[in-house]
Design a protein around this ligand. Structure first.
Ligand SMILES: Cc1cc2nc3c(=O)[nH]c(=O)nc-3n(C[C@H](O)[C@H](O)[C@H](O)COP(=O)(O)O)c2cc1C
Length: 413
C-alpha cells in the first residue's frame, strides 16, 4: 500500500518516526509530507531515515516537483493519512483551502483520507473543531481517535493521538481501502489475558500481585496490528483500552477463568499473559475484619489454572503461556511448558529492577523443540517480535496438522 503520511504541527509529531516504522512493518511504502509547523517538532532527517524516502514539505520545491509533482504524489497514494492532525489542518481541509503541499494534494487525490487528530482537550471540544470534524466525517474522511488520557499540557481529557500501532492497524484495515488480508494474523482470533487478579479477603482488602498489564496489552495491540480480531480479558490495570480490541474487564481469577472459557470456542491463539493468583482465600469475610490478635492466619485454596485448562481442551487453540520467575527462569519455564502441554512459553525474570511495571523486558521463548532469547527491549517492540514468532509457530503447527498422522504425533509430543 502506498501511504502519503502528512505530519502537521502538533506535539504528537514526535511519535511519527515510530508510526512510519509501524506502517512499513505492515508492508506499506510511506512518503512523508510535512507542514512548516511540523518541522518545529520533528526533523525531516529522522523521518527520511525511517521512511527511506526524501521528505516533501514545500509546494514550491522545483527539484522535488520535477521528481514527483504534487499531482503525481496525489495519484500515487492509496491512502493519505494525516497524523497528528492539528485543529488548523482540520479547518483547512473543511474549508477546501490549499495553501501548502499537504492540503493541495488532499484536494487533488482520489485516495482515501484518514486523519488522527491530536490537540489539547479544550481545543478538541471547541464547537468550531467539532463542526469541522463532523463535516470531514460526512465527506468520507476517516477520523481515527483521538483518545482520552493525559496530555502533553499536563491536563487530562479527550485529545491524545492514538498510539502509532493503533493508527497503523486502522489504516491497513479494509474499510480504508487497505488490504484486510494484510498482516500475519489476518482472519485469526487471538484471546489475550493481561494484568493481575484481585482475590478479596473482606470488602476492603484483597490479595494481588505487581503485574501492570503492560506486556499483555502490548501483545493485544501487536496482534491487532497483524490483522487479528483480538479479545482482551483484563484484570484491574491502569491502562487505556487498545484501539480496535474487544476488552472484557474482570477482577478475580475465577472471573478470568469463566470469561476466558466463555470466549474460547472461536479462538485460534490463546496468550495467557495475566498474572493470575495461584491461591485465593477460602472465604471472603462479609464485613471488614477487625484488628484482634497479634497474628492471624488466612486459609487459601488453589485457583483454577486457566492456562492448563485451555491447553487441555479437546480443540485447544495454539496456547502461549507467560512465566514470571525470580530464579532458574528457563528451567521452571521448560517444566511449565511440558507439564501444562503448552505450545510455547515466554519466560522472564522479575525482580526490583525488571519485569513487572517496567517498560522494558528481556525474555526467553521456549517451545517443545526449540527456544530463542530476546535481549532487553521496550515491551511494545518486544510484543511485535513475539507476535511474529507466535504467528510463525502457529502456521508451522497448522502445516504439521495437515500432514499424515505420524507427523502430528511427533510435532505435538
Ligand atoms: C508547542 C506547541 C504545541 C502545539 N501543539 C498542538 C497540538 O497538539 N494540536 C494542535 O492542533 N495544534 C497545536 N499547536 C498549534 C499549531 O502548531 C498551529 O495551529 C499551527 O498553525 C498548525 O499548523 P499546521 O496544521 O500547518 O501544521 C501547537 C503549537 C505549539 C507552539
Amino acid at each position: 500500500m502506498n501511504i502519503v503520511l502528512g505530519i502537521t504541527g502538533g506535539i504528537a509529531a514526535y511519535k511519527t518516526p515510530e508510526l512510519v516504522r509501524r506502517l512499513r512493518g505492515r508492508g506499506a511504502d510511506v512518503q512523508i509530507v510535512m507542514t512548516a509547523s511540523a518541522e518545529e517538532f520533528v526533523t525531516a532527517t529522522a523521518l527520511q531515515a525511517v521512511s527511506g524516502r526524501p521528505v516533501r514539505s514545500n509546494l514550491w520545491d522545483q527539484k522535488a516537483e520535477a521528481a514527483m509533482g504534487h499531482i503525481e504524489l496525489a495519484r500515487w497514494a492509496d491512502v493519505v493519512l494525516i497524523a497528528p492532525a492539528t485543529a488548523e489542518i482540520m479547518a483547512r481541509l473543511a474549508g477546501g483551502a490549499a495553501p501548502d503541499l499537504l492540503t493541495t494534494l488532499c484536494l487533488a487525490t482520489e485516495a482515501k483520507i484518514a486523519i488522527a487528530p491530536a490537540m489539547n482537550h479544550v481545543m478538541w471540544s471547541n464547537p468550531a473543531v467539532q463542526s469541522n470534524r463532523e463535516l470531514l466525517e460526512e465527506r468520507g474522511i476517516m477520523i481515527l481517535g483521538p483518545e482520552h488520557g493525559s496530555q502533553a499540557c499536563g491536563e487530562t481529557g479527550a485529545g491524545r493521538m492514538l498510539e502509532p500501532d493503533d493508527i497503523a492497524a486502522a489504516v491497513c484495515a479494509a474499510d480504508l481501502g487497505g488490504n484486510a488480508t494484510a498482516g500475519l494474523l489476518a482472519g485469526r482470533t487471538v484471546l489475550v489475558t493481561a494484568g493481575p487478579t484481585r482475590e478479596p479477603i473482606d470488602p476492603v482488602r484483597y490479595i494481588t500481585n505487581r503485574s501492570s498489564g503492560k506486556m499483555g496489552y502490548a501483545m493485544a495491540r501487536a496482534a491487532a496490528a497483524q490483522g487479528a480480531r483480538v479479545v482482551l480479558i483484563s484484570g484491574p490495570v491502569n491502562l487505556e483500552d487498545p484501539h480496535g480490541v474487544e476488552v472484557h474487564r474482570v477482577e478475580t481469577a475465577e472471573q478470568m477463568h469463566v470469561e476466558t472459557h466463555r470466549n474460547i470456542s472461536e479462538v485460534d491463539i490463546f496468550i495467557g499473559a495475566a498474572a493470575v493468583s495461584d491461591y485465593r482465600p477460602t472465604e471472603t469475610a462479609p464485613q471488614k475484619i477487625k484488628k484482634q490478635e497479634e497474628t492471624m492466619t488466612l486459609k487459601l485454596i488453589r485457583s483454577e489454572d486457566i492456562l492448563a485448562s485451555v491447553a487441555r481442551l479437546d480443540h485447544a487453540p495454539f496456547t502461549v503461556g507467560f512465566a514470571a520467575e525470580t530464579e532458574n527462569v528457563r528451567d521452571y519455564a521448560r517444566g511449565k511448558l511440558e507439564d501444562k502441554r503448552l505450545d510455547m512459553i515466554v519466560a522472564n525474570r522479575v525482580g526490583d529492577d525488571c519485569g513487572f511495571d517496567h517498560d522494558d523486558n528481556t525474555v526467553d521463548v521456549l517451545w517443545p523443540n526449540g527456544e530463542k532469547a530476546f535481549p532487553m527491549t521496550a515491551k511494545s517492540e518486544l510484543a511485535h517480535t513475539l507476535i511474529e514468532l507466535i504467528a510463525e509457530r502457529f502456521e508451522s503447527m497448522r502445516g504439521d496438522d495437515t500432514q499424515p498422522e505420524l507427523s502430528v504425533i511427533s510435532a505435538r509430543d
